[in-house]
Design a protein around this ligand. Structure first.
Ligand code: F6P
Length: 483
Protein backbone atom coordinates (compact mmCIF):
# COMPACT_ATOMS: atom_id res chain seq x y z
CA UNK A 1 0.00 0.00 0.00
CA UNK A 2 1.51 3.40 -1.02
CA UNK A 3 1.53 6.05 1.69
CA UNK A 4 0.91 9.81 1.68
CA UNK A 5 3.39 12.14 3.40
CA UNK A 6 1.24 12.44 6.56
CA UNK A 7 0.75 8.65 6.86
CA UNK A 8 4.49 8.43 6.98
CA UNK A 9 5.18 10.32 10.16
CA UNK A 10 5.63 8.44 13.41
CA UNK A 11 6.33 9.22 17.06
CA UNK A 12 8.91 6.43 17.30
CA UNK A 13 11.34 5.94 14.45
CA UNK A 14 14.04 3.31 14.21
CA UNK A 15 16.86 4.03 11.79
CA UNK A 16 19.02 1.08 10.78
CA UNK A 17 21.17 0.21 7.79
CA UNK A 18 18.67 -2.44 6.73
CA UNK A 19 14.92 -2.66 6.83
CA UNK A 20 13.66 -5.81 8.58
CA UNK A 21 12.89 -7.20 5.11
CA UNK A 22 15.09 -7.34 2.02
CA UNK A 23 13.72 -6.81 -1.48
CA UNK A 24 14.70 -9.70 -3.75
CA UNK A 25 14.29 -9.49 -7.53
CA UNK A 26 14.10 -12.98 -9.09
CA UNK A 27 15.39 -14.05 -12.54
CA UNK A 28 11.89 -13.81 -14.03
CA UNK A 29 11.61 -10.20 -12.79
CA UNK A 30 9.19 -10.99 -9.96
CA UNK A 31 9.83 -9.37 -6.58
CA UNK A 32 9.54 -10.83 -3.09
CA UNK A 33 10.54 -9.70 0.39
CA UNK A 34 12.72 -11.81 2.68
CA UNK A 35 13.63 -11.36 6.32
CA UNK A 36 17.00 -9.55 6.59
CA UNK A 37 19.98 -11.35 8.10
CA UNK A 38 21.58 -10.64 11.45
CA UNK A 39 21.04 -10.07 15.09
CA UNK A 40 19.83 -6.48 14.82
CA UNK A 41 16.66 -7.42 12.97
CA UNK A 42 16.09 -10.48 15.18
CA UNK A 43 16.21 -8.21 18.20
CA UNK A 44 14.34 -5.12 17.05
CA UNK A 45 11.62 -6.51 14.83
CA UNK A 46 9.36 -7.77 17.68
CA UNK A 47 9.78 -4.47 19.54
CA UNK A 48 8.83 -2.32 16.57
CA UNK A 49 5.93 -4.48 15.40
CA UNK A 50 4.36 -3.95 18.82
CA UNK A 51 4.86 -0.17 18.70
CA UNK A 52 3.19 1.34 15.64
CA UNK A 53 6.41 3.02 14.66
CA UNK A 54 8.33 3.64 11.46
CA UNK A 55 11.56 1.96 10.35
CA UNK A 56 13.95 3.82 8.05
CA UNK A 57 16.50 1.61 6.28
CA UNK A 58 17.98 0.22 3.08
CA UNK A 59 15.79 -2.31 1.29
CA UNK A 60 18.76 -4.39 0.09
CA UNK A 61 18.34 -3.59 -3.64
CA UNK A 62 20.93 -1.64 -5.62
CA UNK A 63 20.03 1.47 -7.57
CA UNK A 64 16.28 1.12 -6.98
CA UNK A 65 13.97 3.62 -5.36
CA UNK A 66 11.15 1.95 -3.46
CA UNK A 67 8.15 3.86 -2.06
CA UNK A 68 7.37 3.63 1.68
CA UNK A 69 4.86 0.91 2.59
CA UNK A 70 3.18 -0.71 5.56
CA UNK A 71 4.11 -4.26 6.52
CA UNK A 72 2.17 -5.90 9.36
CA UNK A 73 1.47 -2.61 11.10
CA UNK A 74 4.98 -1.22 10.71
CA UNK A 75 5.71 1.67 8.33
CA UNK A 76 8.82 0.86 6.31
CA UNK A 77 10.68 3.78 4.74
CA UNK A 78 13.27 2.57 2.21
CA UNK A 79 16.50 4.52 1.67
CA UNK A 80 18.03 3.88 -1.79
CA UNK A 81 21.69 2.95 -2.27
CA UNK A 82 23.45 3.17 -5.63
CA UNK A 83 26.20 0.78 -6.76
CA UNK A 84 28.80 3.35 -5.59
CA UNK A 85 27.07 3.69 -2.20
CA UNK A 86 27.07 -0.08 -1.70
CA UNK A 87 30.76 -0.27 -2.56
CA UNK A 88 31.90 2.78 -0.58
CA UNK A 89 29.52 3.09 2.38
CA UNK A 90 28.37 -0.52 2.96
CA UNK A 91 31.01 -2.96 1.72
CA UNK A 92 33.84 -0.47 2.15
CA UNK A 93 33.71 1.84 5.14
CA UNK A 94 31.14 -0.09 7.20
CA UNK A 95 32.36 -3.62 6.57
CA UNK A 96 36.01 -3.39 5.57
CA UNK A 97 37.01 -0.42 7.80
CA UNK A 98 34.77 -0.19 10.88
CA UNK A 99 33.78 -3.85 11.23
CA UNK A 100 37.34 -5.26 11.56
CA UNK A 101 38.53 -2.18 13.52
CA UNK A 102 35.75 -2.57 16.10
CA UNK A 103 36.32 -6.35 16.35
CA UNK A 104 39.84 -6.23 17.76
CA UNK A 105 41.36 -5.92 14.24
CA UNK A 106 41.00 -9.70 13.80
CA UNK A 107 41.34 -8.81 10.10
CA UNK A 108 43.28 -5.69 9.02
CA UNK A 109 40.97 -2.67 8.57
CA UNK A 110 41.36 -0.76 5.31
CA UNK A 111 41.31 3.03 5.31
CA UNK A 112 40.23 4.75 2.09
CA UNK A 113 39.19 8.37 1.79
CA UNK A 114 36.62 7.67 -0.96
CA UNK A 115 34.90 5.16 1.37
CA UNK A 116 34.77 7.76 4.10
CA UNK A 117 33.22 10.33 1.72
CA UNK A 118 30.61 7.79 0.74
CA UNK A 119 29.87 7.01 4.42
CA UNK A 120 29.30 10.73 5.07
CA UNK A 121 27.00 11.08 2.04
CA UNK A 122 24.88 8.06 2.88
CA UNK A 123 24.62 8.95 6.58
CA UNK A 124 23.35 12.37 5.47
CA UNK A 125 20.72 10.70 3.29
CA UNK A 126 19.51 8.58 6.21
CA UNK A 127 19.41 11.67 8.45
CA UNK A 128 17.41 13.68 5.88
CA UNK A 129 14.88 10.90 5.39
CA UNK A 130 14.49 10.46 9.15
CA UNK A 131 13.98 14.21 9.63
CA UNK A 132 11.00 13.95 7.25
CA UNK A 133 9.48 10.96 9.02
CA UNK A 134 9.83 11.81 12.72
CA UNK A 135 6.92 13.63 14.36
CA UNK A 136 7.50 16.89 16.27
CA UNK A 137 9.19 16.00 19.62
CA UNK A 138 9.30 12.36 18.54
CA UNK A 139 11.79 9.71 19.56
CA UNK A 140 14.38 8.50 17.06
CA UNK A 141 16.48 5.46 17.77
CA UNK A 142 19.53 5.13 15.50
CA UNK A 143 21.16 1.70 15.25
CA UNK A 144 24.69 0.48 14.79
CA UNK A 145 28.08 1.26 13.30
CA UNK A 146 26.85 1.98 9.77
CA UNK A 147 25.07 5.16 10.97
CA UNK A 148 27.30 6.78 13.56
CA UNK A 149 27.09 10.24 11.97
CA UNK A 150 23.29 10.28 11.84
CA UNK A 151 22.67 11.53 15.42
CA UNK A 152 24.59 14.80 14.90
CA UNK A 153 23.29 15.31 11.35
CA UNK A 154 19.73 14.83 12.52
CA UNK A 155 20.05 17.10 15.52
CA UNK A 156 21.20 19.93 13.28
CA UNK A 157 17.83 19.96 11.45
CA UNK A 158 15.57 18.65 14.18
CA UNK A 159 16.69 19.83 17.63
CA UNK A 160 13.19 19.00 18.92
CA UNK A 161 13.81 15.24 18.63
CA UNK A 162 14.91 12.92 21.36
CA UNK A 163 17.70 10.92 19.80
CA UNK A 164 19.07 7.61 21.04
CA UNK A 165 21.89 5.59 19.52
CA UNK A 166 22.73 1.95 20.17
CA UNK A 167 25.88 0.17 18.98
CA UNK A 168 25.27 -3.55 18.43
CA UNK A 169 28.93 -4.45 17.97
CA UNK A 170 31.85 -3.96 20.39
CA UNK A 171 33.23 -0.46 20.84
CA UNK A 172 37.01 -0.93 20.64
CA UNK A 173 39.72 -0.09 23.14
CA UNK A 174 41.05 3.43 22.75
CA UNK A 175 44.40 2.22 21.32
CA UNK A 176 42.63 0.59 18.35
CA UNK A 177 39.99 3.28 17.76
CA UNK A 178 42.72 5.89 17.44
CA UNK A 179 43.93 4.26 14.21
CA UNK A 180 40.86 5.67 12.49
CA UNK A 181 41.74 8.80 10.50
CA UNK A 182 38.17 10.10 11.05
CA UNK A 183 38.00 9.26 14.76
CA UNK A 184 36.96 12.73 15.87
CA UNK A 185 34.13 12.98 13.33
CA UNK A 186 32.73 9.62 14.48
CA UNK A 187 32.82 10.68 18.14
CA UNK A 188 31.14 13.97 17.32
CA UNK A 189 28.53 12.17 15.23
CA UNK A 190 27.57 9.96 18.16
CA UNK A 191 27.46 12.94 20.52
CA UNK A 192 24.47 14.21 18.56
CA UNK A 193 22.41 11.67 20.54
CA UNK A 194 20.96 12.30 24.01
CA UNK A 195 21.63 8.71 25.03
CA UNK A 196 24.40 6.53 23.58
CA UNK A 197 24.07 2.83 24.41
CA UNK A 198 26.65 0.07 24.19
CA UNK A 199 26.43 -3.68 24.82
CA UNK A 200 28.89 -3.73 27.73
CA UNK A 201 30.21 -1.34 30.38
CA UNK A 202 33.71 -1.62 28.81
CA UNK A 203 32.49 -0.17 25.49
CA UNK A 204 30.75 2.72 27.25
CA UNK A 205 33.89 3.47 29.27
CA UNK A 206 36.07 3.38 26.11
CA UNK A 207 33.76 5.90 24.45
CA UNK A 208 33.74 8.33 27.38
CA UNK A 209 37.52 8.14 27.67
CA UNK A 210 37.94 8.87 23.95
CA UNK A 211 35.53 11.81 24.05
CA UNK A 212 37.56 13.35 26.87
CA UNK A 213 40.90 12.71 25.18
CA UNK A 214 40.04 13.39 21.53
CA UNK A 215 37.18 15.90 21.56
CA UNK A 216 38.11 17.58 24.83
CA UNK A 217 34.65 17.64 26.45
CA UNK A 218 34.26 17.42 30.21
CA UNK A 219 32.98 14.06 31.37
CA UNK A 220 31.88 12.63 34.68
CA UNK A 221 31.22 8.89 34.95
CA UNK A 222 28.49 8.18 32.35
CA UNK A 223 27.89 11.80 31.35
CA UNK A 224 29.46 14.04 28.72
CA UNK A 225 29.02 17.82 29.12
CA UNK A 226 28.88 19.72 25.84
CA UNK A 227 29.54 23.42 25.46
CA UNK A 228 26.17 25.22 25.59
CA UNK A 229 24.80 23.07 28.38
CA UNK A 230 23.63 19.95 26.55
CA UNK A 231 24.52 16.63 28.18
CA UNK A 232 24.88 13.19 26.65
CA UNK A 233 24.36 10.06 28.73
CA UNK A 234 26.42 6.97 27.94
CA UNK A 235 25.48 3.54 29.31
CA UNK A 236 25.51 -0.22 28.68
CA UNK A 237 22.30 -1.99 27.59
CA UNK A 238 23.05 -5.67 26.85
CA UNK A 239 20.67 -6.68 24.08
CA UNK A 240 18.57 -9.84 24.16
CA UNK A 241 15.99 -11.89 22.25
CA UNK A 242 12.27 -12.61 22.25
CA UNK A 243 12.85 -15.39 24.80
CA UNK A 244 9.21 -16.42 25.09
CA UNK A 245 8.70 -16.44 21.35
CA UNK A 246 11.68 -18.76 20.87
CA UNK A 247 10.60 -21.05 23.68
CA UNK A 248 7.09 -21.29 22.19
CA UNK A 249 8.54 -22.25 18.81
CA UNK A 250 10.70 -24.89 20.47
CA UNK A 251 7.76 -26.34 22.43
CA UNK A 252 5.67 -27.05 19.32
CA UNK A 253 5.34 -30.77 18.55
CA UNK A 254 6.53 -29.99 15.00
CA UNK A 255 9.84 -28.72 16.43
CA UNK A 256 10.33 -31.91 18.45
CA UNK A 257 9.51 -34.06 15.46
CA UNK A 258 11.87 -32.10 13.21
CA UNK A 259 14.63 -32.32 15.86
CA UNK A 260 14.27 -36.10 15.88
CA UNK A 261 14.41 -36.18 12.09
CA UNK A 262 17.61 -34.11 12.14
CA UNK A 263 19.21 -36.51 14.64
CA UNK A 264 18.08 -39.51 12.61
CA UNK A 265 19.50 -37.99 9.41
CA UNK A 266 22.81 -37.58 11.22
CA UNK A 267 22.73 -41.30 12.10
CA UNK A 268 21.45 -40.86 15.67
CA UNK A 269 24.86 -40.14 17.19
CA UNK A 270 25.25 -39.95 20.96
CA UNK A 271 26.18 -36.24 20.74
CA UNK A 272 25.12 -33.59 18.27
CA UNK A 273 27.22 -30.41 18.35
CA UNK A 274 25.94 -27.29 16.63
CA UNK A 275 27.31 -23.96 15.41
CA UNK A 276 25.10 -21.31 13.80
CA UNK A 277 26.80 -18.13 12.60
CA UNK A 278 26.83 -15.58 9.85
CA UNK A 279 29.82 -16.61 7.73
CA UNK A 280 32.11 -14.00 9.26
CA UNK A 281 35.80 -14.06 10.23
CA UNK A 282 34.94 -12.77 13.71
CA UNK A 283 32.99 -15.94 14.54
CA UNK A 284 35.97 -18.27 15.08
CA UNK A 285 34.66 -21.11 12.90
CA UNK A 286 38.06 -22.49 11.77
CA UNK A 287 39.31 -22.71 15.35
CA UNK A 288 36.26 -24.64 16.56
CA UNK A 289 36.23 -27.04 13.61
CA UNK A 290 39.93 -27.68 14.01
CA UNK A 291 39.45 -28.41 17.72
CA UNK A 292 36.67 -30.88 16.94
CA UNK A 293 38.78 -32.54 14.24
CA UNK A 294 41.74 -32.92 16.59
CA UNK A 295 39.55 -34.56 19.22
CA UNK A 296 38.63 -37.19 16.63
CA UNK A 297 42.19 -37.73 15.45
CA UNK A 298 43.39 -37.88 19.10
CA UNK A 299 40.90 -40.72 19.64
CA UNK A 300 38.97 -38.70 22.24
CA UNK A 301 35.81 -38.65 20.13
CA UNK A 302 34.48 -41.53 18.05
CA UNK A 303 33.24 -40.34 14.69
CA UNK A 304 30.31 -42.78 14.95
CA UNK A 305 29.20 -41.15 18.17
CA UNK A 306 29.44 -37.42 17.51
CA UNK A 307 28.32 -35.17 14.66
CA UNK A 308 29.03 -31.46 14.24
CA UNK A 309 26.49 -29.40 12.31
CA UNK A 310 27.83 -26.01 11.22
CA UNK A 311 25.33 -23.61 9.70
CA UNK A 312 27.09 -20.71 7.97
CA UNK A 313 24.64 -18.03 6.88
CA UNK A 314 25.82 -16.25 3.70
CA UNK A 315 26.92 -12.71 4.47
CA UNK A 316 28.61 -9.72 2.74
CA UNK A 317 29.60 -11.99 -0.11
CA UNK A 318 31.22 -9.31 -2.25
CA UNK A 319 33.69 -8.21 0.45
CA UNK A 320 37.14 -9.75 -0.21
CA UNK A 321 37.82 -10.94 3.34
CA UNK A 322 34.50 -12.83 3.38
CA UNK A 323 35.28 -14.56 0.10
CA UNK A 324 38.67 -15.68 1.44
CA UNK A 325 37.03 -16.96 4.63
CA UNK A 326 34.45 -18.97 2.72
CA UNK A 327 37.16 -20.68 0.68
CA UNK A 328 39.20 -21.38 3.83
CA UNK A 329 36.26 -22.89 5.71
CA UNK A 330 35.13 -25.02 2.80
CA UNK A 331 38.66 -26.33 2.28
CA UNK A 332 38.97 -27.08 6.01
CA UNK A 333 35.61 -28.90 6.17
CA UNK A 334 36.54 -30.92 3.06
CA UNK A 335 39.90 -31.85 4.54
CA UNK A 336 38.48 -32.85 7.94
CA UNK A 337 35.62 -34.86 6.42
CA UNK A 338 37.99 -36.48 3.92
CA UNK A 339 40.56 -37.53 6.47
CA UNK A 340 38.35 -38.34 9.48
CA UNK A 341 35.00 -39.47 8.02
CA UNK A 342 33.57 -42.95 7.39
CA UNK A 343 31.00 -43.93 4.76
CA UNK A 344 27.78 -42.18 5.77
CA UNK A 345 29.56 -40.50 8.71
CA UNK A 346 31.13 -37.18 7.77
CA UNK A 347 32.15 -35.64 11.12
CA UNK A 348 31.02 -32.18 9.97
CA UNK A 349 27.78 -31.32 8.22
CA UNK A 350 28.37 -27.89 6.72
CA UNK A 351 25.36 -25.90 5.52
CA UNK A 352 25.97 -22.63 3.67
CA UNK A 353 22.42 -21.40 3.99
CA UNK A 354 20.01 -19.39 6.13
CA UNK A 355 16.98 -20.93 7.79
CA UNK A 356 13.67 -19.66 9.15
CA UNK A 357 13.19 -19.41 12.91
CA UNK A 358 11.17 -22.66 13.02
CA UNK A 359 14.09 -24.65 11.62
CA UNK A 360 16.52 -22.87 13.94
CA UNK A 361 14.40 -23.83 16.93
CA UNK A 362 14.39 -27.48 15.76
CA UNK A 363 18.18 -27.37 15.35
CA UNK A 364 18.55 -25.98 18.88
CA UNK A 365 16.31 -28.81 20.14
CA UNK A 366 18.44 -31.37 18.28
CA UNK A 367 21.79 -30.12 19.67
CA UNK A 368 23.36 -31.50 22.84
CA UNK A 369 26.23 -29.03 22.69
CA UNK A 370 25.92 -25.53 21.23
CA UNK A 371 29.31 -24.14 20.22
CA UNK A 372 29.49 -20.33 20.12
CA UNK A 373 33.15 -19.36 19.97
CA UNK A 374 33.62 -15.96 18.30
CA UNK A 375 37.01 -14.23 18.46
CA UNK A 376 35.04 -11.07 19.30
CA UNK A 377 31.29 -10.44 19.28
CA UNK A 378 29.12 -7.56 20.49
CA UNK A 379 26.61 -9.90 22.13
CA UNK A 380 25.76 -13.08 20.15
CA UNK A 381 22.05 -13.77 20.17
CA UNK A 382 22.42 -17.38 19.00
CA UNK A 383 23.76 -18.27 22.45
CA UNK A 384 20.64 -16.77 24.06
CA UNK A 385 18.31 -18.43 21.54
CA UNK A 386 19.77 -21.84 22.37
CA UNK A 387 19.19 -21.27 26.07
CA UNK A 388 15.61 -20.10 25.45
CA UNK A 389 14.86 -23.28 23.47
CA UNK A 390 16.21 -25.70 26.12
CA UNK A 391 13.01 -25.79 28.19
CA UNK A 392 13.96 -29.38 29.13
CA UNK A 393 16.85 -27.86 31.12
CA UNK A 394 19.48 -29.91 29.37
CA UNK A 395 22.11 -29.23 26.71
CA UNK A 396 25.46 -27.49 27.11
CA UNK A 397 26.57 -24.10 25.86
CA UNK A 398 30.26 -23.68 25.03
CA UNK A 399 30.76 -19.93 24.86
CA UNK A 400 33.67 -17.65 24.02
CA UNK A 401 34.81 -15.26 26.74
CA UNK A 402 34.97 -12.67 23.97
CA UNK A 403 31.25 -12.66 23.18
CA UNK A 404 29.24 -9.99 25.00
CA UNK A 405 26.87 -12.75 26.13
CA UNK A 406 29.62 -14.22 28.34
CA UNK A 407 29.00 -11.39 30.85
CA UNK A 408 25.48 -12.67 31.49
CA UNK A 409 25.70 -16.39 30.69
CA UNK A 410 28.24 -17.18 33.36
CA UNK A 411 27.22 -20.83 33.69
CA UNK A 412 28.24 -21.61 30.10
CA UNK A 413 31.43 -23.57 29.48
CA UNK A 414 33.49 -20.47 28.81
CA UNK A 415 36.54 -20.66 26.56
CA UNK A 416 39.28 -18.58 25.01
CA UNK A 417 38.73 -19.43 21.33
CA UNK A 418 42.39 -18.81 20.49
CA UNK A 419 43.41 -21.60 22.88
CA UNK A 420 42.75 -24.77 20.84
CA UNK A 421 43.69 -27.10 23.73
CA UNK A 422 41.38 -25.18 26.07
CA UNK A 423 38.64 -25.38 23.44
CA UNK A 424 39.14 -29.15 23.12
CA UNK A 425 38.97 -29.58 26.89
CA UNK A 426 35.77 -27.51 27.11
CA UNK A 427 34.11 -29.47 24.28
CA UNK A 428 34.93 -32.78 26.02
CA UNK A 429 33.75 -31.49 29.39
CA UNK A 430 30.47 -30.30 27.88
CA UNK A 431 29.95 -33.58 26.00
CA UNK A 432 30.55 -35.68 29.08
CA UNK A 433 28.81 -33.60 31.77
CA UNK A 434 26.22 -35.31 33.95
CA UNK A 435 22.53 -34.44 33.46
CA UNK A 436 22.59 -32.97 36.95
CA UNK A 437 25.46 -30.62 36.12
CA UNK A 438 23.87 -29.61 32.80
CA UNK A 439 20.55 -28.94 34.53
CA UNK A 440 22.18 -26.75 37.16
CA UNK A 441 23.92 -24.62 34.54
CA UNK A 442 20.99 -24.44 32.12
CA UNK A 443 18.47 -23.46 34.83
CA UNK A 444 20.57 -20.47 35.85
CA UNK A 445 21.10 -19.34 32.26
CA UNK A 446 17.41 -19.75 31.46
CA UNK A 447 16.46 -17.49 34.36
CA UNK A 448 18.82 -14.86 33.00
CA UNK A 449 17.45 -15.03 29.45
CA UNK A 450 13.79 -15.16 30.54
CA UNK A 451 14.13 -12.16 32.89
CA UNK A 452 16.15 -10.03 30.50
CA UNK A 453 14.37 -10.33 27.20
CA UNK A 454 14.22 -7.99 24.22
CA UNK A 455 11.10 -6.22 25.49
CA UNK A 456 12.87 -5.30 28.67
CA UNK A 457 15.97 -4.15 26.79
CA UNK A 458 13.96 -1.83 24.54
CA UNK A 459 11.72 -0.43 27.26
CA UNK A 460 14.71 0.23 29.54
CA UNK A 461 16.56 2.09 26.78
CA UNK A 462 13.52 4.11 25.68
CA UNK A 463 12.52 4.96 29.27
CA UNK A 464 16.03 6.24 29.94
CA UNK A 465 15.97 8.27 26.73
CA UNK A 466 12.69 9.89 27.76
CA UNK A 467 14.10 10.53 31.23
CA UNK A 468 17.36 12.15 30.14
CA UNK A 469 15.53 14.27 27.57
CA UNK A 470 11.90 14.97 28.56
CA UNK A 471 9.65 16.36 25.78
CA UNK A 472 9.89 20.14 25.36
CA UNK A 473 12.37 20.10 28.19
CA UNK A 474 16.01 20.71 28.70
CA UNK A 475 18.15 17.63 29.05
CA UNK A 476 18.42 16.61 32.69
CA UNK A 477 21.59 15.76 34.43
CA UNK A 478 21.71 12.26 35.89
CA UNK A 479 21.02 12.40 39.63
CA UNK A 480 24.51 11.06 40.39
CA UNK A 481 26.14 14.24 39.02
CA UNK A 482 26.49 17.23 41.31
CA UNK A 483 25.52 20.52 39.64
O1 F6P B 1 24.96 -6.60 14.39
C1 F6P B 1 25.82 -6.46 13.37
C2 F6P B 1 25.20 -6.34 11.99
O2 F6P B 1 26.01 -5.65 11.12
C3 F6P B 1 23.85 -5.68 11.97
O3 F6P B 1 23.89 -4.29 11.89
C4 F6P B 1 23.24 -6.33 10.77
O4 F6P B 1 21.88 -6.37 10.87
C5 F6P B 1 23.83 -7.73 10.76
O5 F6P B 1 25.05 -7.63 11.42
C6 F6P B 1 23.94 -8.37 9.38
O6 F6P B 1 24.86 -7.69 8.58
P1 F6P B 1 24.55 -7.17 7.12
O7 F6P B 1 23.40 -6.22 7.21
O8 F6P B 1 25.82 -6.53 6.68
O9 F6P B 1 24.18 -8.37 6.31
Amino acid sequence: MALSATDLTAGLVVVANRLPVDRVVHHDGSVSWQRSPGGLVTALEPVMRGNDGAWVGWHGGVGETVEPFVDEGLTLVPVPLSTEDVEGYYEGFSNATLWPLYHDVVAPPQFHREWWNSYVRVNQRFANRTAEVAEQDGVVWVQDYQLQLVPAMLRLHRPDLRIGFFLHIPFPPTELFQQLPWRRQILEGLLGADLVGFQLPGGAANFVRLVRARVGHKTHRDTVFLPGGRVVTVAPYPISIDSQGFEQLARRPEAEQRAQEIRADLGNPRTVLLGIDRLDYTKGMPQRLRAFGELISDGKIDVNEAAFVQVATPSRERVGQYQVLRDDIERLVGRLNGSLGRIGRPPITYLHSSYPREEMAALYRAADVMVVTPLRDGMNLVAKEYVACRFTEDGALVLSEFAGAADELRQAYQVNPYDINGLKAALLEAMNASPRELGRRMRAMRRQVADNDIGRWASTFLAELRRVRPPHGKPTRPSSVAS
